[in-house]
Design a protein around this ligand. Structure first.
Ligand SMILES: [Cu+2]
Length: 297
């Protein structure tokens, strides 16, 4: 059943290839039917996004292609009325060359900005395509931003990796809908992952819900053959040599009460669930216990 839905809403991507976003006759984003999420294709380069300026309210499936040699994220922030991306970059210290929001060790040290809601969005490893991240976006002003830093500590957004966009209301009563149910729910709490049922090989839709008071993310990484959680933890402390795990899917930070869907295609193996957000005490959520090994069979 899931395959049917997937094929239906994936078609606009195929028909518009690697364009910025699908622009069929019916509007600024790909849309196969009102009962399916609209499809938006994003791509990352060093250091910019190719992304649409306007999306229609409703469920949107983001597919993120990373064309560069390093990990990038298309993190979504919703800005309160009257706020601008310039103000956001100022708040994040983009003009300050010493400002480091994300250390090369991956922890997200970004400042809490009360008028910018962290709204999820995809991330992808170098030369990879993210799993589909499906979210309901209310009308408003948003920005895509990459919170990663270069190895010398310069944030990608201060190099220009941000892109404002608008989610506009529609008079069409049939907004893009989710279209299919989640088979698994992963709840993000302070500080743990609660997984409703085991993840299995093949295509799965996961609903990711932040039910804690902190912002949280879900990074799903697959361990390389023979590598263990201990290898992964020591790599986070001291990232030398090839990474023992690669990111296969995930939803970047969601503020409390927000949710997103993740359509993944899993292969057999050992995976790590991790949240790289930093807590108010300055330690990472991982240090607080927000890391978990799962086996997919
Ligand atoms: Cu967390």
């Amino acid at each position: 059943m899931f395959y049917k839905h997937r094929q239906a809403y994936a078609l606009p991507i195929l028909s518009c290839g690697m364009a910025l976003a699908c622009v069929p006759d019916d509007g600024p984003q790909g849309r196969s039917s009102p009962m399916e999420p609209a499809v938006v294709l994003l791509s990352a380069h060093d250091y910019r996004f190719d992304a649409p300026d306007t999306i229609v309210v409703g469920y949107t499936s983001f597919r993120f292609v990373n064309e560069s040699d390093q990990l990038h994220m298309a993190h979504l922030l919703m800005l309160d009325s009257g706020r601008t991306v310039h103000e956001l970059l100022d708040a994040y210290g983009a003009g300050d060359p010493s400002a480091r929001t994300v250390r090369p060790t991956f922890t997200d040290f970004v400042k809490r900005v009360p008028w910018a809601r962290r709204f999820g969005g995809p991330a992808a490893d170098a030369h990879a395509t993210s799993a589909e991240v499906i979210q309901h976006l209310p009308a408003g002003r948003y920005a895509w931003i990459c919170l990663r830093s270069t190895i010398d500590g310069v944030s990608h957004f201060s190099r220009g990796m941000t892109h404002p966009f608008v989610v506009r209301p529609t008079e069409d009563t049939a907004q893009p809908a989710m279209g299919h149910e989640a088979e698994v729910v992963i709840r993000l709490t302070d500080y743990a992952f609660a997984v409703s049922s085991p993840l299995t090989v093949g295509r799965t839709t996961i609903r990711v819900e932040n039910i804690g008071p902190e912002p949280h993310e879900l990074a799903l990484l697959k361990l390389e053959p023979g590598k263990t959680m201990a290898d992964f933890l020591s790599y986070l402390d001291d990232p030398q040599g090839p990474a023992p795990a690669s990111r296969v899917a995930g939803v970047t930070a969601l503020d409390p009460t927000l949710e997103a869907y993740l359509d993944v295609d899993l292969t057999r193996g050992d995976y790590v669930l991790a949240c790289f957000i930093s807590a108010p005490d300055g330690r990472s959520h991982i240090a607080h216990g927000m890391i978990r090994h799962i086996h997919v069979a």
